[in-house]
Ligand binder design. Structure first.
Ligand SMILES: Nc1nc2c(ncn2[C@@H]2O[C@H](COP(=O)(O)OP(=O)(O)OP(=O)(O)O)[C@@H](O)[C@H]2O)c(=O)[nH]1
Length: 685
């Protein structure tokens, strides 16, 4: 058992420790509730535990921070929304205290528009009351994800299950119980957190105890067997409920943790709860007693864990241009406006990436699109969207690591900025290793990026070995059948899938993969079911069976999908993926490698050594042309053989050759090369 203090030293009270927190760490949160539910008291406790205030403000004494208007202090009610900013652990919370009285709903509506998330505070002895319903509907209208806090658990009339039921019945919301209370009324001492499987107890030593310190211990060490059983059942119900709402979580449970759902790591459960909260499929419910200083710190943790950051909510691309400049000779001249046909530089764009078209408003874009359509009908060609730059597929990739984990966020920021400038750079996270992967056009491209990260962002990164982005396909036709059977809670999931994979003609398909449903299957399946099947197929196209590279040139025909009622869609997707893997393995995997078209300009005297070298690189020379005193060699050569080519060519030609390289096609590797590649990547050679 450890005694845990979630409090910072006194001297940090007014210190904004982080001047400019990263947007992912910001929570713009409203607190909404019925009059007297305890909004102000809860806010005051949050400010106190975060270090913002040094003494506990008490609404009954009229000295709270947020109720600042005189009338509010006198009447003990909240009228104008007050905003306070404080830090909780690594997050910045901007808290907007909204009024609870029906007369002030306009104020609430105004506040809700700028909120990214909300905490609804309820009096646990009263459940959902009329006014909360109005505010709740307003929050729904503005798509604000919420957390519920059942306050006043210390009141003898507090009723946890009644309050939960009223959330379900009156708000028509789907409550997710993340905690169960330990004791009620006078005996309410703390909560069991079902996500982390820990008990938190506030042992008030005296009336003055401010609740900063509390004891945490794992559920396995809790001595009350009845409570332990209740918590275990509640956790199992939570896991099941989340699995029903989140396909990713369900898939994880059914595939990796099917023997013991309880073994699912807390972090996975927490991530899934976050996803369903953000998608507004459910609302996390916590409980406590603000007045008695119990349960407020876990509420703060929940705000940071489950409510969205500002950039997770507003998806419209609205950009502010700070300056417009005309490049004039070697100077930049600032201008206030620009007419059609001119070219200027814009300063201050934050989200726009190379290739985007910016419009003045959605309405003007829609109007322009309508006009363009009319023009097209009249036979004139017009388009509102300027064609973006054509981005070639990256052919190389390598892992990139910051010097320390503390620099990871800085590296992510640098990569985000670089990607906006350079659409040919792609950054992804390897799902297996969690490593950040840079995908680029060539060795030099990646080297330059590495150098820019060091010079412009001051981060010394480590690059893994440069690897070629291979693809996979199948050689033959094959069909397979797969059955998945799992029991999750009371529900039995059983699904059987039969499908067939076949290679498609590379030229006619352009390398794309296809999915069709046999007539019978097509007729029997709902749109949702087809979506789930499609998910399963696409995920196996994403990672091929041989080495996990993307699959191309494969078509899949779904022959039948049969399932027992109640089987989740995630289960269908998981079964289809397994069946795909089986079928593709039977069909025989083929690695496709990027083959580049190469042009080398070289002095005639060095031609033979260049050609000799190309032959060793599995190159195929297509033509040799004369250009004045030079020879131009046109060839195709597998990318894998081109590592370090610039250095070699310089040596071979005494610096008198230049070359250019671009992706020509993906071609099947011969069996011998494929075997050695598979062995090398599997670490066997
Ligand atoms: N027993 C108990 N009383 C509480 C608790 N939290 C708040 N109260 C009391 O409930 C009353 C209302 O609390 P406030 O915090 O002012 O409630 P509010 O929701 O901000 O109300 P308005 O400002 O009027 O909208 C006060 O008398 C508080 O002392 C609690 O956890 N337990």
């Amino acid at each position: 058992m450890k005694r845990y203090y979630s409090f910072l030293p006194d001297n940090v009270k007014s210190l904004r420790m982080v001047a400019n927190p990263d947007i992912s760490k910001i929570r713009n949160i409203g607190i909404m509730a019925h009059i007297d539910a305890g909004k102000t008291t809860t806010t005051e406790r949050m400010l106190y535990y975060s270090g913002f205030t040094r003494s506990l403000g008490d609404v009954d004494d009229g000295d709270t921070v947020t109720d600042f208007m005189v009338q509010e202090r006198e009447r003990g009610i909240t009228i104008q929304s007050a905003t306070v900013t404080f830090d909780w652990k690594t997050h910045r919370i901007n808290l907007i205290d909204t009024p609870g009285h029906v007369d002030f709903t306009l104020e609430v509506e105004r506040a809700l528009r700028v909120l990214d998330g909300a905490v609804a505070v309820f009096d646990a002895s009263a459940g959902v009351e009329a006014q909360t319903l109005t505010v709740w509907r307003q929050a729904e209208k503005h798509h604000v994800p919420c957390i519920c806090f059942l306050n006043k658990m210390d009141k003898p009339s507090a009723n946890f299950s009644f309050s939960i039921e009223s959330i379900r019945q009156k708000l028509k919301a789907n409550p997710l119980l993340l905690q169960i209370p330990v004791g009620v009324g006078r005996n309410f001492t703390g909560v069991i957190d079902l996500v982390s499987n820990q008990q938190m107890i506030w042992k008030a030593a005296s009336r003055e105890d401010d609740g900063r310190g509390f004891e945490t211990k794992p559920l396995s060490q809790v001595e009350n067997p009845g409570l332990v059983q209740e918590a275990e059942e509640a956790r199992a119900a939570l896991i099941e409920q989340v699995a029903d709402l989140d396909d990713e979580f369900a898939e994880l449970l059914l595939t990796d943790f099917s023997d013991d759902f309880d073994a699912i790591p807390s972090v996975k459960l927490q991530e899934a709860v976050r996803r369903v909260t953000l998608a507004q499929k459910a609302v996390p419910v916590l409980c406590g007693s603000s007045l008695k200083n119990k349960g407020v710190q876990p509420l703060l943790d929940a705000i940071t864990a489950y409510l969205p950051a500002p950039d997770e909510r507003h998806n419209d691309l609205v950009e502010r241009l700070s300056r417009l400049l005309v490049p004039f000779a070697d100077q930049h001249v600032e201008i206030s406006s620009l007419t059609a046909g001119n070219i200027a530089l814009a300063v201050g764009l934050k989200q726009t990436v190379t290739g985007d078209t910016i419009v003045s408003s959605k309405a003007s874009a829609a109007a322009a699109a309508r006009r363009a359509n009319q023009d097209q009908e009249l036979g004139t060609k017009a388009s509102v969207i300027l064609s973006g730059v054509e981005v070639p597929e990256p052919v190389f990739f390598c892992s990139i690591e910051p010097p320390t984990m503390a620099k990871q966020a800085d590296l992510e920021h640098a990569l985000n900025c670089l990607q906006r400038e350079d659409p040919s750079l792609k950054v992804r996270v390897d799902p297996d290793s969690g490593q950040t992967i840079l995908c680029g056009m060539g060795e030099l491209h990646i080297e330059i990026l590495h150098d820019r990260i060091r010079r412009e962002y001051g981060i010394e990164t480590h690059l893994g070995p440069l690897q070629v982005a291979y693809r996979e396909t199948v050689l033959n036709q094959a069909s397979a059948t797969e059955t998945l059977e799992r029991t999750l809670g009371e529900r039995r999931h059983v699904v059987t899938v039969t499908l067939e994979v076949s290679p498609v003609d590379e030229v006619s398909s352009g390398g794309a993969c296809g999915l069709t449903f046999d007539e019978e299957a097509e007729r029997q399946m709902s749109a949702e079911m087809k979506g789930a099947v499609d998910n399963g197929v696409q995920s196996s196209y994403f990672q091929g069976p041989l080495l996990g590279y993307p699959v191309q040139g494969v078509s899949t025909a779904i022959q039948s999908v049969s399932l027992e009622p109640g089987t989740s869609l995630a289960m269908v997707s998981a079964c289809v993926s397994r069946c795909m893997l089986k079928a593709m393995r039977q069909a025989g995997g083929q690695i496709l490698e990027p083959v580049m078209s190469l042009e080398v300009t070289v002095w005639e005297a060095h031609l033979s050594s260049v050609l000799g070298d190309l032959a060793q690189r599995r190159g195929a020379v297509r033509d040799i042309q004369s250009r004045h005193d030079n020879k131009l060699v046109l060839a195709t050569v597998p990318l894998a053989e081109m590592m370090g080519y610039s250095t070699v060519l310089r040596t071979l030609s005494s610096g008198n050759a230049t070359f250019s390289l671009q992706l020509d096609s993906y071609e099947a590797m011969n069996p011998q090369h494929q075997r050695s590649l598979v062995q090398r990547l599997a670490g066997l050679a």
